[in-house]
Design a protein around this ligand. Sequence first.
Ligand code: ADP
Length: 359
Amino acid sequence: MADVELTAAIKSALAEVDIPGGGDLAGYAGLSDIIVTPGAVAFAIAVAPGMEAAFGPAREQAAAVAQRVAGTRKIMVSLTGGKPPAKAGATFSHGKPVPPGKTPVPGIKHIIAVGSGKGGVGKSTTAVNIALALKAEGMRVGILDADLYGPSIPKLLGLEGQPAIRDDGIFSPHEAFGLKAMSIGSMLIKDQAVVWRGPMATSALRQLLRETDWGELDILVIDLPPGTGDIHISLFQQAEVDGVVIVSTPQDLALIDAKKAIDMLPRFQVPILGLVENMSYFIAPDTGARYDIFGSGGAEKAAASLNIPFLGSIPLVMSIRERSDAGVPPVASAPKEPEAQAFRAVARQILRNTPQIRS
Ligand code: ADP
């Protein structure tokens, strides 16, 4: 069945699902678009705050009905009680913030997220290579691509095909270079643009995070979307994040953007692990000479003025782009090269700044 036909078939089957207050789900204004990918079907049901429990049976029935129509595809149905309040992240009791419902992710001891102020600064490249560098330090590591709007982990790690789905609906992640890896990108048709409505994106994040068999991991590295948004809020509200690494290029503009990303974190009681300066200097391929093409030390100074740790600089080298495009990241495929060593140094600095991870 073509995707459009499947979408229509699911939509009309949802007429079988009764909802609280009368009527059926197909005709309900709070039903989102139905997204169909080769491996999954996803939709959300928006309900008035406080109505989540009442809609629980409708959600289960909707999932069962969708499963019947969609065959082996993974069904992702979420209930959403609307947007979190603007000052999300903490409720207050006797004047003290109380962490909202953060729950552990099965099998995962620590979470490190990688963010940036804007796109194109090498955030995903850095996330992948940091994950590999942490593995090289003896950790058991996974990577989750939470950049749902521009997933690039499948390309960076050369992942082929979709992740397997077990009988109980749990994803078996890909394995690449010793990392467990999950990305919504593996479930999309090549170059398919996905328009995620906020609640659907956060629901997809929750399922990729919690409905994946990660095994036992010391660290899950999460590649966040650039900037700040629903995905960040959703992650920081639901899981204990050990800290966020911010990637920036040396240009001032990018640093200003990075500052915005940094500013949001204290609101969620998420520690900032520090700033990585990417594409910071140029190493001539023939002579190995270093050129500080944007002037040196911009990010280091910015980190100092923001009062956050500086984690290190990554050179601008052609081979990073070439190896990334080829799905063979430098830390795994050229570990002796200076760029791989630069990522290793950043990972060691991260571990120094997070003593709880080694203990
Ligand atoms: P983001 O996740 O911030 O959007 P990417 O990691 O996708 O950025 O990187 C954007 C582009 O820049 C990619 O083509 C990547 O290969 C390239 N790139 C990233 N870091 C470097 C670097 N240090 N040297 C050369 N090219 C890089």
